[in-house]
Ligand binder design. Structure first.
Ligand code: G1P
Length: 284
């Protein structure tokens, strides 16, 4: 799995005025843009060809992963900063695809597949969902191990309270082991009573090449949008699809809303800023 697709065309109206000129994917969690955490997760799992599906006004995302502009005299920076800047120069092969119209996540991923070789498996990573694993392998690395072992598509899942089901794609399936299920059915943002499962799709996927053709055939679904969930449902009738259920030590933050974004910053600060927890306690 050498490719990942990162859909990043959303306008982030919820974050205006901050998102007026700066793509929300470049908002920092401490000293790193949100999307860099996602790209690093992709690289750790072996996917160094990263396809950004973006649109008007999102060029700064591509610049962030390009060689640094020679106007910056990087040589004069202190070692630790210079290393961080230089690491970005060759972190990934930057591939850019445009999504001209906001027709839905399935449409964005379909556009991304145009830049992936036809016979290659690939990851899809939603940049809003920031995932911190407590040591050990990242979620994407674990998913890739499962993908390589069984040769099928893998979707990351997390248990959510029943009242939150309506915010996510929800998976039903049969348990294969502590952290793996075979997915039997997926429902995009179910209404009450539509499913009894609490396993939510959290924005990390690995797909076999078959999904590309299915994505081209998907008709608009929930909310009038072309849904990735509907393409996976079509895939289920052709191939096995596994769910990787993350454990409670793995923290997921939805940085696409204010609360999740603030919590991600606090979480990162608690890990990296000395004495931060005492300072927070004083504030409260
Ligand atoms: C998308 C997917 C949904 C998934 C969610 C994760 O929804 O359609 O299945 O659970 O991402 O964040 P969105 O949040 O873009 O509406």
């Amino acid at each position: 799995m050498n490719y990942s697709i990162i859909p990043a065309a959303g306008l982030a109206t919820r974050f205006l005025p901050a998102s007026k000129c700066i793509p929300k994917e470049l908002f920092p969690v401490l000293d790193k843009p949100v999307i860099q955490y996602i790209v690093e997760e992709s690289v750790e799992a072996g996917a160094t060809n990263v396809v950004f599906v973006s649109g008007n006004g999102k060029e700064a995302i591509l610049d962030h992963f390009d060689k640094i502009n020679p106007k910056f005299s990087v040589g004069k920076l202190g070692n630790s900063v210079r290393e961080k800047v230089e690491a970005l120069d060759d972190m990934i092969e930057v591939i850019s695809v445009r999504q001209k119209l906001p027709l839905g996540l399935g449409h964005a991923v379909m556009k991304g597949t145009l830049a992936v070789p036809e016979d290659a498996s690939f990851a899809v990573m939603l940049p809003d969902m920031l995932i911190f694993s407590d040591g050990g392998s990242s979620v994407m690395q674990r998913m890739n191990e499962i993908h390589e072992k069984y040769g099928c598509s893998v979707v990351a899942l997390k248990e959510v309270p029943a009242e939150m089901r309506g915010l996510y794609g929800i998976a039903e399936g049969t348990r294969l082991s502590d952290d793996t299920i075979e997915i039997k059915r997926l429902v995009e943002k179910p209404a009450e009573g539509e499913t009894s499962s609490n396993l939510a799709v959290i924005g990390r996927y690995i797909f076999t090449p078959k999904i590309a053709a299915l994505l081209r055939d998907v008709k608009p679904g929930k909310g009038g949008e072309i849904q990735l969930t509907d393409a996976i449902t079509a895939l289920l009738s052709e191939e096995k699809v596994l769910g990787f259920v993350i454990d409670e030590k793995t923290h997921v933050f939805d940085t696409g809303n204010m609360e999740g974004f603030a919590l991600a910053n606090v979480f990162a600060a608690l890990r990296r800023v000395p004495d931060f927890s005492n300072k927070i306690k004083e504030l409260i």
